[in-house]
Write a protein that binds this ligand. Structure first.
Ligand SMILES: [Ca+2]
Ligand SMILES: [Ca+2]
Ligand SMILES: [Ca+2]
Ligand SMILES: [Ca+2]
Length: 342
C-alpha cells in the first residue's frame, strides 16, 4: 500500500474541495415519469482489487470532499477506521485500496477502555456548519461518551471526547459502548444528537446546538413503531436518510424483536417537522439475513444507507459474518454486501 502517494492525493482532494455536503446532501425528488425503486436487488459481495472488503461497521459518505461517496469501515478491535476512497465516478464507483484514517488524522482512533474501542463511523454534521463531521460511539467503559472529529476547512480536527448526561430523561441504564449519529430531529435545521438510549430500547435526542455545553441532555425521544420493549429486544444501530426520495428525511433502524427476529426497518417521514412524525416501520431486510437464533451460523452486525451507484436512490450496505464451515470447527468470516434499489 502506497501510503505517501495516497496521502498526497487525499490532501489534494481535500484542498480542492470547498464545502463538503457529503452524506447529508438532500436528494432531488424524482419526477412523476421516473421509475420508482421500492425494492432491493439480490445482494452483491463488495470487493476491492479482487479481495473482499473488510467487514465491520460501514458508512457511505464523502470523507475527502471530492463529491463522491467513499466507504468507511469501522469495527477494528484497535479502534481504527478504514477508508476506501471512490476513485471512479458516482455512477460507477471504484474503491481504492483502503487507508487507515489515523495515518493522516491526529488522535484518529477510538480509544480502548476495558475492552476494544470500536469505531462506529457516522459522517454527519455535528456542529451545524453544513459540513459533515465524523462521529463515533465509545468503548464499553465509557457508556455516556462519544467521539467527534470536526471537519475544518481542508482537514479534520483531532478527535474530541463528548458526553451525554447520565441522569437525562432518556439516557436510561446504559452499560455498553455507545452509538450516536446527528440529524435534525425537530426541524429547526440545527443538528441534534441521536443516541441509542438506555437498555438499547430506543433513541434519545439531545437538541442542538450541540457545541459549547456539556454534558448533553437527552430530553426527548424519537417515536417509532415497532420498537423494542423488552430486555430481549434492542436497537442495534440506525441511520437518517431520505429512503423514498420525497424530500423528507426518514429513519432506518436495525433492531431485534421478539426473541431474535428483527431486521432493518424503514420509518417513513409523514411530514415533519424534522423526524417527529414517522409512519409504522416497514421491514426492508428480514431476520433470515439478519439475526438468527443463538446457534445461528450467520449474523449481521452493521448497516448503512447511501447512494452507492449514483442513481439518486439510497441503497443498503450490510455487513455480516458466517460460520464457515458450520459447526464447532468453523470460524466466523465477515463480508460486506450491497443491496441496490430496483
Ligand atoms: Ca469522496
Ligand atoms: Ca460540521
Ligand atoms: Ca422520505
Ligand atoms: Ca442508489
Amino acid at each position: 500500500m502506497r501510503w505517501s502517494t495516497s496521502y498526497t492525493i487525499l490532501l489534494a482532494a481535500m484542498m480542492a474541495s470547498g464545502c463538503n455536503r457529503g452524506a447529508v446532501s438532500p436528494q432531488a425528488v424524482p419526477s412523476p415519469s421516473e421509475t420508482r425503486k421500492d425494492g432491493l436487488a439480490p445482494p452483491v459481495l463488495l470487493e476491492v482489487g479482487g479481495k473482499p472488503v473488510v467487514s465491520g461497521y460501514p458508512f457511505l459518505g464523502d470523507i475527502d470532499g471530492d463529491g463522491l461517496n467513499d466507504l468507511l469501515m469501522g469495527g477494528d478491535p484497535n479502534g481504527r477506521l478504514l477508508v476506501y476512497r471512490n476513485v471512479g465516478t458516482a455512477a460507477a464507483p471504484r474503491m481504492s485500496e483502503p487507508q487507515w484514517f489515523d495515518e493522516w488524522v491526529q488522535k484518529g482512533r477510538v480509544p480502548r477502555g476495558c475492552s476494544a474501542g470500536y469505531f462506529y463511523p457516522q459522517l454527519m454534521d455535528f456542529d451545524g456548519d453544513g459540513r459533515p463531521d465524523l462521529l463515533s460511539g465509545s468503548h464499553c467503559c465509557d457508556s455516556f461518551g462519544f467521539h467527534v472529529f470536526r471537519r475544518a476547512d481542508n482537514s479534520w480536527s483531532p478527535r474530541t471526547h463528548h458526553t451525554v448526561a447520565s441522569e437525562s430523561k432518556y439516557t436510561g441504564v446504559f452499560v455498553h459502548r455507545s452509538f450516536v449519529t446527528a440529524a435534525d430531529w425537530n426541524g429547526d435545521r440545527i443538528p441534534d444528537l441521536l443516541w441509542r438510549s438506555g437498555g438499547n430500547l430506543g433513541i434519545g435526542v439531545a437538541l442542538g446546538p450541540l457545541t459549547g455545553h456539556e454534558p448533553l441532555e437527552l430530553e426527548h425521544e424519537v417515536e417509532f413503531t415497532p420498537r423494542p420493549t423488552t430486555v430481549d429486544e434492542g436497537v442495534h444501530d440506525f441511520s437518517v436518510a431520505d429512503w423514498d426520495r420525497d424530500g423528507k428525511p426518514d429513519l432506518l433502524v436495525r433492531l431485534r424483536l421478539d426473541g431474535g427476529k428483527g431486521g432493518i426497518y424503514w420509518y417513513r417521514n409523514l411530514g415533519g417537522p424534522g423526524l417527529k412524525q414517522l409512519a409504522p416501520g416497514k421491514l426492508l431486510l428480514g431476520e433470515d439475513v439478519l439475526v438468527g437464533p443463538m446457534r445461528s451460523t450467520r449474523s449481521t452486525y452493521g448497516f448503512c444507507v447511501g447512494d452507492w451507484d449514483g442513481d439518486g436512490w439510497s441503497d443498503l450496505i450490510v455487513t455480516r459474518q458466517d460460520l464457515i464451515p458450520p459447526g464447532p470447527e468453523g470460524s466466523w468470516q465477515g463480508s460486506v454486501w450491497l443491496y441496490s434499489r430496483e
